[in-house]
Write a new protein. Structure first.
Length: 61
């Protein structure tokens, strides 16, 4: 359990589509163009599992 507490839950939210495009004219939009930042839910779960952080108290939404 990543929290070492069976009474707590960890809720993770993400679009799994990389970073959003810049919304202001003066903002740099380079980060939203980096394809390596786009990962699937499955890949995130695999990474959590590889660090022994995935259990019934971790929720993805």
């Amino acid at each position: 359990n990543p929290l070492n507490n069976k009474d707590k839950h960890l809720w993770l939210t993400d679009l799994f589509q990389g970073l959003s495009k810049a919304t202001a004219k003066n903002d740099n939009d380079n980060w939203s163009k980096m394809e390596y930042l786009k990962v699937s839910l499955e890949e995130v779960q695999i990474n959590f599992r590889s660090f022994n952080l995935l259990d019934d108290h971790v929720h993805f939404c």
